[in-house]
Design a binder for this molecule. Structure first.
Ligand SMILES: Cc1cc2nc3c(=O)[nH]c(=O)nc-3n(C[C@H](O)[C@H](O)[C@H](O)COP(=O)(O)O)c2cc1C
Length: 191
């Protein structure tokens, strides 16, 4: 799929058909997520794939989001801050969150590219999920991604317009300063 089409097509889906997505497509998406930028090229991420129905139901319960129980496959994205913190101190923890978010988005876009829908889930008790999945104490749970094939017709919500998220040269300037001069240069005075 063309890149722009993939980005615009991605949306959070919470109602899935009973069809199970292929774990091979999941590996394809994780491999693409691993191609991103990582501080010091330290990929600190680990992906836990859950296909067991009982475990998925338990996770839905722990997240207090019942829709998750109808999913056939979940990806739990985890990270280990240790190396980045040793290398970059306090800043390392910030890098850790940033590169996890970037990788999660690549993962979701890669799934979209394969026609697989998903939703980024961030609301859960870390402790309860950690205990259920035997995730070590020093590992962060960055996100849970239920995936599948949309059964309904979820509408993608409107997104922020460009003009509402831009400044030029200074935080306080919302217009490109040179635009006026460029227009002047383009202007051909009457002879
Ligand atoms: C960090 C993060 C946490 C989120 N947590 C949840 C969640 O716990 N449950 C849920 O249903 N959606 C969750 N979402 C999805 C957002 O609700 C969704 O992205 C937003 O409504 C915009 O819709 P769209 O993804 O279709 O563009 C989360 C998204 C992000 C980025």
């Amino acid at each position: 799929m063309e890149f722009e089409k993939v980005v615009r097509k991605r949306k959070s889906v919470r109602d899935f058909k009973s069809k199970t997505p292929s774990w091979k497509e999941v590996l394809y998406a994780i491999d693409l997520a691993n191609q991103g930028s990582f501080a010091g090229n330290q990929n600190h991420l680990h992906y836990l794939i859950i296909e067991d129905t009982a475990t998925i139901k338990a996770i839905a319960h722990l997240c207090e989001q019942t829709w998750i129980s109808n999913t056939k496959l979940l990806i739990v994205v985890c990270s280990d801050d240790t190396y980045l913190e040793n290398l970059y101190g306090e800043r390392g923890r910030i890098y850790s969150r940033q590169q996890a978010g970037a990788a999660i988005h690549t993962l979701i876009l890669a799934l979209t590219n394969k026609g697989i829908d998903s939703c980024w889930v961030g609301s859960y008790s870390d402790e309860l999920i950690r205990e259920k999945l035997k995730i070590p104490q020093h590992i962060q749970i960055e996100a849970i991604i239920p995936i599948g094939f949309e059964s309904g017709r979820t509408k993608k919500p409107a997104k922020k317009s460009l003009e509402r998220c831009l400044s030029w040269e200074l935080w306080t300037q919302n217009r490109r300063p040179s635009m006026f001069e460029e227009r002047q240069e383009d202007y051909e005075p009457l002879q």
